[in-house]
Design a protein around this ligand. Structure first.
Ligand SMILES: Cc1cc2nc3c(=O)[nH]c(=O)nc-3n(C[C@H](O)[C@H](O)[C@H](O)COP(=O)(O)O)c2cc1C
Length: 195
């Protein structure tokens, strides 16, 4: 069975991007993938420093890297901060990209499929940030789905059940997630689980 990691680039409890990636995760699971929702806050990931790295890679980084290494695909929803990728997400990606025991550089990402999304209170829905997210993930060796989903006016985009109010947007998330599963199924990297 194909494994997908679903991740939001926000630590905020009521994060719109967490809500968005949860919808995508359910859609991917509905297409038969084994989907694991990852909360970045659950992992001890300090600010990256090569000095710190030389002392030893933090356990949280190793754990998350192992999880990613076992997967074939990534569903990611990232906030846009100052027109770019969120700091916590970039910091995590920097740690995870580094070579460490049992892992070559970028090994957890190379050849894996990625589908990206963003939610923002603003009118562009985080599209400017996704440009940078796409660039960074491509640099890590991931295969990016050409489409992406942006959710503007995020403060009114989700209902009480944490579903998207706008049916066109909801369908776009379903389509991206389903196609991401197909891309991940073709990916050769990462361990699969028995169905
Ligand atoms: C430092 C900072 C910079 C931000 N810059 C942008 C921005 O450039 N564009 C935007 O649409 N929203 C921006 N925002 C607003 C975020 O999109 C908003 O806080 C959003 O809710 C964060 O995502 P989350 O709900 O998943 O935590 C910024 C917020 C912060 C804290």
């Amino acid at each position: 069975m194909t494994r997908i990691i679903a991740l939001a680039g926000s630590l905020r409890t009521q994060s719109y991007n967490k809500q968005l990636v949860q919808i995508a995760a359910r859609a991917a699971a509905g297409k038969g993938a084994s989907v694991q929702l990852v909360e970045l806050a659950d992992y001890d990931i300090p600010l990256f420093s090569e000095d710190l790295e030389a002392e030893g890679v933090p356990a949280g980084v190793i754990a998350l890297k192992q999880l990613l290494a076992q997967s074939q695909g990534l569903l990611l929803a990232s906030p846009e901060y100052n027109g770019s990728i969120s700091g916590v997400l970039k910091n995590a990606l920097d740690w995870l990209s580094r070579p460490s025991e049992g892992f070559e550089m970028n090994a957890a990402f190379k050849g894996k499929a990625a589908g990206i999304m963003a939610a923002s209170p603003g009118g562009y829905g985080g599209a400017r940030g996704l440009k940078h997210v796409r660039e960074v993930l491509t640099n890590l060796g991931m295969e990016l789905h050409p489409d992406q989903v942006t959710v503007p006016a995020a403060y009114e985009a989700f209902d009480d059940q944490r579903e998207l109010v706008d049916l066109t947007l909801a369908q776009a998330v379903q389509a991206l997630s389903a196609q991401l599963v197909e891309m991940a199924e073709s990916a050769t990297a990462g361990e699969r689980v028995a169905a």
